[in-house]
Design a protein. Sequence first.
Length: 290
Amino acid sequence: MTVAAATERPLATLEQARDQILGGVTPKPVESVDLASALGRVLAEPLHSRLTLPPWDNSAMDGFAVRAADIAGASDETPVSLPVAGEVAAGNAPLAALAHGTALRIFTGAPMPRGADAVVPVEDTDAPRGTAGGGNLPPTVTISVPAEPGAHIRVAGSDIRVGDALLEPGRRLNASELALAAAGGHGRLAVFERPRVAVLATGDELVPAGADLGPAQIPDSNSIGLTAQATQAGAEARSLGVARDDLERQDSCVGGAPAVAVHAREGSGVERRGRAHHEARGDRILRQCP
């Protein structure tokens, strides 16, 4: 290729090539999929929370639910001992309100009982470290620190509330966004259908990757890369293999495709023999350097 030829037919930039392809693209229809099938899909509609989280005040620590006023004077020198009236585990609603001058053993994530306004971590009590006691319920608990009202409590709605915006359309969904959708009460999402892409390599000199090379032959690497890039971008992509430099054979391979983009080298068979043919078909020809 001469310098003059390159000047007469400048190469397409990345942006121009992208605009050529996207200029003929319309959004795919919308479908509903479950969360397990939504990874990597493109969200089609705004997503809002259906739930308030946490739905109720709950404990942020393993420890003991108390009334802050009952332990206001607690210290190492003057610890406060309270009778343990019961316990509240995660997944269980408190059976009764907390009475003045008592404590309830409580576990992380458990709903706060009525009457309790603070949680004392187990580390600040005489219960075994690293646990809220476990096993049998202790008759009493000795507390050596005071607690402010609200200490170690996750307040209802402190994460999200009903109607809060979670995700905007157009996002390609990742793992954390799927977890957010689940936390917001969604089991299915409206996403765009995946585009379907087939990649056909052409050239008498090409052989499938991994095959033995004959005289004047090279491995087909472009179709492997393009198929992988299409898959990585979210398409349902497959390779049609290698077709010889025969326009009728190539047409039979891509017949029925709603759109064809031809990725060709300057001076390649497409440029030398098939440009007019592909243009007549309405195919989009993208050229690259030799």
